[in-house]
Ligand binder design. Structure first.
Ligand code: GDP
Ligand code: MG
Length: 402
């Protein structure tokens, strides 16, 4: 019996025999807990992890990274090892922040793990229940590389979090989804995740310590964005029990929002770039078709002003210029949506596009001529939005197939 791995594996064999599971016998689940002054909750959390792991016949070990806690978080966790919980504690001296702590935990556990082992990261404050882990492992078995416990899926929920915090977390994720979406992800800030070890290793291989360079809570976004092009992401719904927290949160909201922008700026240049020229060509065509549509609509809308809506519409559809104009618009919109579906931009773009088309059609039908310059301005804005969308388009990383 040298080193802790053997101990765990032996009991796992018995556990598998007991539970008759078909999971790869030697897969190990490595729980990584970043902990800063969590003495009030760490013992109960370790018991809960052991309970859930044994219930599901998991082969597991736990690494607590004590981030220079001022209380006895580390001692309490170490004492748990005496009662048979496979826990190891390492300590940062002094406190280094969540980013460094998670990086140390991911690096140390991935260095000694098997490529198909799984790393689970979660807060050490009892707000995230280990009971969701089996459903996350099932997603890994479906071929995904990163599974996030999400607050934004059917069946998700949040208990006890302030309205402002809820809004800010949701706003931050929505903003990221707008600028640099990751397929399969909605909750970009939650740290309760399951990683396939191979994906974590890939992150360190490709970026070294820059894999996680953020000091604070934005590190969770950074990890996801760094793995965006090489890992298949998905989510499981979970309920965040913030009412179970036994200490004040130390999150600094404004610096964290600032850090989100910094992360996006940092990663925007990295990763593979596919140059989907076709969609761009379609986009340009769509806009110019729209331009001509506008010209025809304006020609046809002369002396239609001041009429009742119903009369206006009846008159308008009898004028060939209006019909041609509307036809060109329809083609422009179809091309537009075609582009969007290929580029998989977020919902903001179809909404924006449809809004602009509506405005121009109404302006045309109201007989008011829209100066060409303003029209060109609108077109440029739309092209700009397209470009941002293209740059942020989410690459497709298919889950592994057995
Ligand atoms: N606040 C804070 N948490 C840290 C630090 N280092 C590690 N952590 C841990 O990071 C996790 C997330 O922090 P937490 O206070 O739970 O954030 P919140 O629940 O999202 O407000 C917890 O497990 C903390 O113990 C640190 O320097 N500051
Ligand atoms: Mg927390």
């Amino acid at each position: 019996m040298n080193g802790r791995g053997d101990i765990v594996r032996d009991s796992a064999a018995q556990a598998h025999a007991r539970h008759g599971t078909t999971k790869p016998m030697d897969r190990v689940i490595h729980w990584v807990l970043p902990a800063y002054n969590e003495s009030a909750s760490i013992a109960d959390l370790l018991d809960r992890i052991a309970e859930v792991s044994n219930q599901h016949g998991l082969v597991y070990d736990i690494l607590v990274v004590d981030d220079g806690s001022a209380d006895d978080t580390g001692e309490i966790a170490s004492r748990k090892a005496d009662s048979g919980v496979p826990v190891r504690v390492v300590r940062n001296e002094p406190n280094r922040g969540l980013g460094f702590t998670i990086r140390r935990g991911l690096r140390e556990s991935s260095e000694t793990a098997g490529p198909d082992d799984i790393i689970i990261t979660m807060d050490a404050d009892l707000t995230q229940d280990p009971i969701y882990v089996p459903s996350m492992l099932a997603k890994i078995d479906d071929g995904y590389d990163v599974v996030v416990a999400s607050r934004y899926r059917r069946g998700s929920g949040v208990e006890g979090l302030s309205g402002l915090r809820t809004l800010l977390s949701y706003g931050a994720s929505a903003l990221i989804a707008l600028v640099r979406p990751i397929r399969g992800l909605r909750d970009y800030s939650c740290g309760f995740r399951a990683y396939r070890v191979a994906a974590v290793r890939r992150g360190f291989q490709e970026f070294g310590d820059d894999f996680i360079s953020e000091r604070g809570f934005a590190c969770m976004l950074e990890i996801a964005q760094r793995l965006r092009d090489v890992a298949a992401f998905t989510e499981v719904p979970f309920v965040l029990r913030y009412d179970a927290k036994r200490k004040e949160s130390a999150i600094k909201i404004v610096p964290t929002i600032g850090a989100y922008f910094r992360v996006i700026a940092k990663v925007a240049g990295s990763g593979r770039k596919r140059v989907p020229l076709a969609p761009l060509a379609f986009a340009f065509t769509s806009v110019f078709l729209g331009a001509f549509g506008q010209v025809f609509l304006r020609m046809g809308a002369q002396d239609l002003g001041g009429m009742q809506a119903r009369q206006l519409l009846l008159d308008a559809i009898q004028r060939p210029e209006i019909l041609v104009g509307l036809g060109l618009y329809a083609m422009s919109s179809v091309l537009w949506l075609g582009v969007l579906s290929r580029l998989e931009l977020s919902v903001a773009y179809p909404l924006g596009a449809s809004g602009y088309v509506l405005v121009v059609v109404l302006a045309a039908l109201s007989g008011e001529s829209v100066p060409l310059l303003r029209w060109a301005g609108v077109a440029l804005i739309v092209l700009g939005v397209l470009l941002v969308g293209w740059l942020g388009a989410a690459p497709t990383v298919e889950p592994r197939r057995a």
